[in-house]
Design a protein around this ligand. Structure first.
Ligand SMILES: NC(=O)c1ccc[n+]([C@@H]2O[C@H](COP(=O)([O-])OP(=O)(O)OC[C@H]3O[C@@H](n4cnc5c(N)ncnc54)[C@H](OP(=O)(O)O)[C@@H]3O)[C@@H](O)[C@H]2O)c1
Length: 239
């Protein structure tokens, strides 16, 4: 059975994706009981001196908690979902035969995460159950994926809010503007095309879309997003 250390949002999403076939470890008994009710997790344990010997563990606490965890024994495998924490550092605090990292995103709550995996096939198989898992070749790539797919939902939320605000500015009701914006994201997600092909197919000469693109470029929208990804990646190196 998989053991999840941590009982927060991500831990819950993963436990649900694994149909409750997990045990959970945390520091607050009431939260652990609630976690088991919501996820169907079979057992819970308190964190203090929890013995990880021969267990396959998903490490899902906050990154700063790594050095505060008091675990004993040597795990079979540690799969960390902590943003930014490198395997070398995890190894200083937790003993394991195998170390992997996985970086899911908030889509996990709907079993629709896009998850970067650096490490084992076990990690890949687990995270394939809560959406799409993509293997990367290095921890650097995993941290870049964190900026794209992990932070990305917040960046897109900002875009969605601004588009809806634009609709309101033009005179549409807030509710309807949000409805169209939501539809736009669904429609976009259905297109399995290179971004440039989508843009070119919509942008006709001297048309409305071309005018909109001109306004976006005037305000450096592309450069803003490139810098956002770079900034988020660089920040992940300082956690
Ligand atoms: N949210 C995302 O979109 C996302 C995406 C990818 C990766 N992650 C990573 O997933 C991990 C969990 O994120 P989350 O969104 O699930 O956060 P969360 O809902 O706030 O849960 C955090 C968990 O960490 C535990 N924790 C915090 N400090 C602790 C300590 N000192 N000792 C022991 N446990 C401690 C909390 O325990 P209590 O409940 O007892 O406070 C809770 O179980 C983070 O490392 C984050 O980087 C998150």
């Amino acid at each position: 059975m998989i053991t999840i250390i941590g009982n927060g949002k991500m831990a819950l999403a993963i436990a649900k994706g694994l149909n409750g076939e997990v045990e959970v470890v945390g520091r607050n008994e009431n939260k652990l009981k609630e976690f088991c009710e919501k996820s169907g997790a079979k057992k819970y344990y308190l964190l203090n001196d929890f013995d990880i010997t021969n267990k396959t563990i998903i490490l899902a606490t906050k990154p700063y908690a790594l050095e505060l965890l008091s675990l004993k024994g040597k795990a079979k495998e540690i799969i960390s979902i902590m943003a930014g924490k490198k395997i070398e550092e995890i190894g200083k605090y937790i003993e394991s035969e195998i170390y992997s990292r996985a970086m899911p995103n908030v889509g996990a709550v709907n079993q629709a995460s896009t998850t970067a995996i650096f490490g084992s096939d076990t990690a890949y198989d687990i995270f394939s159950k809560i959406g799409t898992a993509i293997k990367v070749n290095s921890e650097k790539e995993l941290d870049i994926a964190t900026a794209i797919a992990g932070s990305g939902p917040a960046f897109l939320a900002l875009v969605a809010e601004a588009i809806a605000d634009g609709g309101v500015l033009c005179g549409m009701s807030r509710e309807m503007s949000y409805e169209f914006t939501k539809g736009l994201f669904k429609s976009f997600a259905s297109l399995d095309e290179k971004p440039v092909n989508i843009k070119d197919s919509v942008m006709s000469p001297a048309g409305t879309t071309a005018t909109g693109i001109e306004k976006l470029e005037e305000n450096g929208v592309r450069n803003s997003f490139i810098k956002a990804i770079k900034g988020a990646y660089e920040k992940s190196q300082k956690i």
